[in-house]
Design a protein around this ligand. Structure first.
Ligand code: 3H9
Length: 696
C-alpha cells in the first residue's frame, strides 16, 4: 500500500488516513493509496469507514505540481468512484481546508462532518481550471445551481458553519476531537439503517433552474474577470448539471477541464500560484531566524497611504497608533478611514459593530511619545528624503530598542534613511500600493544593513495582514516602478513618433492589462511625476544624448493632472468619469511633433505592444542581473498584484518566456539600434536568448 494513505480498524469502524505533507494533495500515490485502502475497507467486517487526514488540513486539492506533465495513473475517478460505491457508509472528517479535489473527494463520501474552523471550496478557477473530479456535477445537486455557480465560478472558501447551513456538510463536530466526533456520527448513521447517501443520486439532473442565472453569471464574469476563460467554463459545467444526466455531465466536465488544462492561461495562473509562495522565501535567510511578535504597530501620517496602511492592521485585529502633526489632519484621515469602512458596511460586507471594532483599534495621537510601546512603526509621510530623515531621527529616539522602523516609500534610498538611526539593522522599506487597504502587493525593501530578524518579521507581518510580499533590493523605484518608468517613457515616445493616446493604450488593454499606460497615468495623477521632473530641473538638466519627451509636461501646464481634474491625456465625463478622446490634446501632440521636427508615422499595433512590453521585460532583466529581485517570478508577482496585469498572462517575465527570449532580444536590439538613448539591451536577456534559456 501507498505510504501516504493507511488503513486501520478501530473497533467496528475502518479508518482511512491520508498523510501527504504539506497539504495532503491528491498526488498519484495518494490516489492509488485511497483506492487500495477503500478496497480493503469494503472487504472487511467494519460497519462504516471514516476518511480523515493527518497534519494541518484535509486534502487541499489535486497535486498542482502534476499538472502540465504526462498524467500518472490512476485517474481521480478510480478512487472516487470506489468510495462512492462502497457497500457501507463513508464519512469524510474535515479539518483545515477541503479544497478542489479535496472537496470533490468529500462529495464522493456518503456524509461529511467538519470542525467549525474548517473551510471548504472549489478554487480551481483561480488556477485557470475547473473542478475536474465531479465537483461541477455533484455540488449543484447538493446546494442548487445558483449557489454552485457562485462557489465554483467565484472560487471562494466557505467556512464550515455556512457550508453546514447550505447542506455541503452534514454535521459540525467539536473542534477538539474530530475523529471521535466522526465516529459518533458514523454510529448514529449505522444505527439509523446506514443509508448510503450518494450525491450523484440526489436527482437525475438539477431541475427548476431559471436559465437566466447562467446568463447573469456569464455577464458578470465577462465584466469582472475580463479575458479569463475558466469562469465561463465553470458556469458551462454547472449548466450541464441542469441539462444533462450525471454521466453525460461528467463527460462535459472532463472535456472542458482538458481544454482549460491544455491552455496557456492555466499554466500562467499556476505559475503565479507558486510564484506567490516563492516570493516570501529569501535565498540567504537562515532557517532559525527569530520572528518578533508584533502586537501593536504605529503608523506615521494619516493621509491616503497612512490611513490605508492603518486599516490593514485594524482589519486583522492588530491595534494601531496613528500619528499626525495636526489635529485637523488626524480628524480628516480618520474620517476617510471611517467612510471607507462604512462603504464596505453598506455593501453588507461588514456589520456596524465590526466598523466600530475596527475604528476602536486605531488610536489617534499627535504625540511621538505614544509610540514608545509599539513593536513596529510604518512611516507614511510625504515622499521627501529630508522629511523622512527627520521623522526617522525622532522615531529612533522614542521607539523601544526592539521596534522595527519601516518606511513606506516608492522610490527613496532606504539605506540613506536607515543611516540617520542608531538601529540601521532594524530599518526596512515597505512599499504599499495605493489604495493601501485594497492592493495586495507589498514590496519589502531590504536595505544593506537590514537584519534577517527584521526581514523575517516583516514577511510574517505581511502574511498576517493578508498581503503578498516580495523582497526587493534598494534602487530608484525598486522593481515595480523602475520597470514602469521605462514602459511609461516608451508610451511618451510613441506619442511623439505618431500615435494618439488611444492608439498607445489599446494594444495593452487588449492584451489583458486593466488599462493602458496613458489611462494609468491619468488615473494616478500626472502632477506627481511632473513635480519630480521639475525638481530634477528637466528638461534643461538633460545629459548629452538623453531622450526626453515634453508632452506630459505640456499637458500639466494646462492644469490637466488626469482623471481628478477631468482631463489629462483624455477627457473624462464629470458625471460618470467615462473616458473620451480629446481633440485638444491630440492636436497638442501633433503640434509638439511638428515643433520638434519629428515626422509622425503610422505605427502599427504590434510595434506599440512590443515596445511597451519589451521595455518592461528588458528592465526586468537588468533588475535580475543586479540582484534587485531574487527571481524572475518575483517580478511577475509584482506586476500581477501591483500593476493590473492579469494572472492569465503570468506576468511580464512569464510572457517573455512564452514569446521566446530570442525573439524578444532580437526586437530589443532593433529598437536599440534605432534609439540607443532609450534602449540598453540587458546582458542577461542576451545570454538567455543565445543559450535558449528562459527567465522562469
Ligand atoms: C484541483 O484540485 C483539481 C481537481 O478538480 C481535480 C482535477 C482532475 N498541490 O499556501 P501555503 C504547497 S486543483 C501541490 O504556503 P497555507 C505550496 O506550494 C487544486 N502543492 O500554505 C506550499 O509549498 P512550499 C485545488 C500545494 O497554509 C505548501 O503547500 N486546490 C498545493 O498558507 C504550503 O502552501 C487549491 O487550489 C497543491 N494543491 O495555505 C488549493 N497546495 O512550502 C491550493 C499548496 O514548498 N492551496 N501546496 O512553498 C491553497 O490554497 C493553500 O496552499 C492552502 C494552505 C489554503 C491549502
Amino acid at each position: 500500500m501507498s505510504q501516504s494513505v493507511s488503513y486501520t480498524v478501530d473497533g467496528d469502524i475502518g479508518i482511512v488516513r491520508v498523510n501527504n505533507p504539506p497539504v495532503n494533495a491528491l498526488s498519484h500515490h495518494v490516489r492509488q493509496g485511497l483506492y487500495d485502502c477503500f478496497m480493503a475497507a469494503d472487504a472487511d467486517a467494519t460497519v462504516a469507514t471514516i476518511l480523515i487526514c493527518d497534519g494541518r488540513t484535509f486534502i487541499a486539492g489535486a497535486d498542482i505540481t502534476e499538472f502540465g506533465k504526462p498524467p500518472k495513473p490512476p485517474h481521480f475517478s478510480l478512487p472516487l468512484n470506489a468510495m462512492e460505491d462502497m457497500s457501507k457508509p463513508v464519512i469524510a472528517a474535515i479539518h483545515g481546508t477541503a479544497l478542489g479535489g479535496g472537496l470533490e473527494t468529500a462529495l464522493c463520501c456518503h456524509y461529511r462532518v467538519a470542525v467549525p474552523s474548517a473551510k471548504v471550496g472549489l478554487p480551481e478557477v483561480h488556477l485557470g481550471l475547473l473542478p475536474g473530479a465531479g465537483g461541477t456535477q455533484r455540488l449543484p445537486r447538493l446546494i442548487g445551481a445558483q449557489a454552485a455557480v457562485d462557489a465554483i465560478a467565484g472560487g471562494g472558501h466557505i467556512d464550515a458553519p455556512t457550508a453546514h447551513a447550505a447542506g455541503v456538510l452534514d454535521a459540525l463536530v467539536d473542534e477538539g476531537d474530530l475523529l471521535e466526533g466522526a465516529k459518533a456520527f458514523a454510529r448514529k448513521i449505522v444505527s439509523a439503517g446506514g443509508a448510503l447517501n450518494k450525491v450523484r443520486d440526489i436527482n437525475e439532473k438539477v431541475t427548476g433552474v431559471d436559465p437566466a442565472i447562467f446568463e447573469t453569471a456569464r455577464a458578470n464574469a465577462i465584466k469582472t474577470r475580463r479575458g479569463f476563460k475558466a469562469p465561463l467554463s465553470c458556469i458551462a459545467c454547472v449548466e450541464a448539471a441542469c441539462t444533462l444526466p450525471f454521466d453525460e455531465g461528467m463527460a462535459r466536465e472532463r472535456e472542458l477541464f482538458q481544454e482549460l488544462h491544455d491552455d496557456l492561461q492555466s499554466a500562467a495562473q499556476q505559475h503565479i500560484f507558486f510564484a506567490e509562495r516563492a516570493a516570501s522565501k529569501v535565498n540567504d535567510m537562515p532557517k532559525d531566524v527569530t520572528v518578533l511578535d508584533i502586537k501593536r504597530v504605529g503608523v506615521i501620517g494619516a493621509g491616503t497611504m497612512g490611513g490605508g496602511i492603518a486599516m490593514n492592521f485594524a482589519n486583522v485585529g492588530i491595534p494601531v497608533t496613528l500619528l499626525e502633526m495636526k489635529q485637523e489632519f488626524l480628524d480628516k484621515g480618520l474620517g476617510v478611514v471611517r467612510a471607507n469602512y462604512e462603504r464596505t458596511a453598506k455593501k453588507g460586507r461588514l456589520s456596524a459593530a465590526q466598523v466600530e471594532e475596527r475604528m476602536g483599534l486605531i488610536t489617534p495621537t499627535l504625540d511621538y511619545a505614544d509610540l514608545a510601546d509599539v513593536d513596529m512603526i510604518i512611516e507614511a509621510v510625504y515622499e521627501n528624503m529630508d522629511v523622512k530623515k527627520e521623522v526617522f531621527g525622532k522615531l529612533d529616539e522614542v521607539a523601544k530598542p526592539s521596534c522595527i522602523l519601516a518606511t513606506n516609500t516608492s522610490t527613496l534610498d532606504v539605506d540613506e534613511i536607515a543611516r540617520v538611526t542608531k538601529r540601521p539593522e532594524m530599518v526596512i522599506g515597505t512599499h504599499f500600493f495605493s489604495p493601501a487597504n485594497v492592493m495586495k502587493l507589498l514590496e519589502i525593501v531590504r536595505g544593506e544593513q537590514t537584519s534577517f530578524e527584521t526581514l523575517a518579521t516583516t514577511l510574517a507581518v505581511t502574511k498576517a495582514i493578508k498581503k503578498v510580499g516580495v523582497v526587493v533590493g534598494v534602487c530608484d523605484g525598486f522593481v515595480g516602478n523602475r520597470m514602469i518608468h521605462q514602459y511609461l517613457a516608451q508610451s511618451q515616445y510613441l506619442l511623439e513618433e505618431g500615435c494618439l493616446p488611444h492608439e498607445v493604450d489599446a494594444p495593452i488593454y487588449d492584451l489583458g492589462f486593466a488599462m493602458g499606460p496613458l489611462t494609468m497615468s491619468d488615473l494616478a495623477g500626472l502632477d506627481v511625476g511632473w513635480r519630480i521632473r521639475q525638481g530634477k530641473g528637466l528638461p534643461e538638466s538633460l545629459a548629452e544624448g538623453d531622450r526626453y519627451c515634453e508632452i506630459g509636461d505640456r499637458i500639466c501646464e494646462k492644469g490637466r493632472f488626469g482623471q481628478k481634474t477631468g482631463g489629462g491625456y483624455y477627457k473624462y465625463d464629470p458625471s460618470d468619469r467615462s473616458r473620451q478622446r480629446d481633440p485638444e490634446i491630440e492636436q497638442l501632440i501633433i503640434d509638439y511633433s511638428r515643433e520638434k521636427g519629428i515626422e509622425r508615422r503610422e505605427i502599427e499595433g504590434n510595434e506599440v505592444l512590443e515596445r511597451l512590453m519589451y521595455a518592461l521585460i528588458n528592465e526586468g532583466a537588468w533588475i535580475l542581473e543586479e540582484g534587485i529581485a531574487q527571481r524572475a517570478s518575483d517580478i511577475d508577482v509584482i506586476y500581477v498584484y501591483g500593476y493590473g496585469v492579469p494572472a492569465y498572462l503570468g506576468g511580464p517575465m512569464f510572457y517573455a518566456d512564452h514569446i521566446g527570449l530570442d525573439k524578444v532580444y532580437q526586437r530589443v536590439c532593433e529598437f536599440a539600434e534605432r534609439d540607443p538613448a532609450s534602449w540598453k539591451p540587458a546582458p542577461l536577456l542576451k545570454k538567455l536568448a543565445e543559450s535558449g534559456g528562459t527567465f522562469n
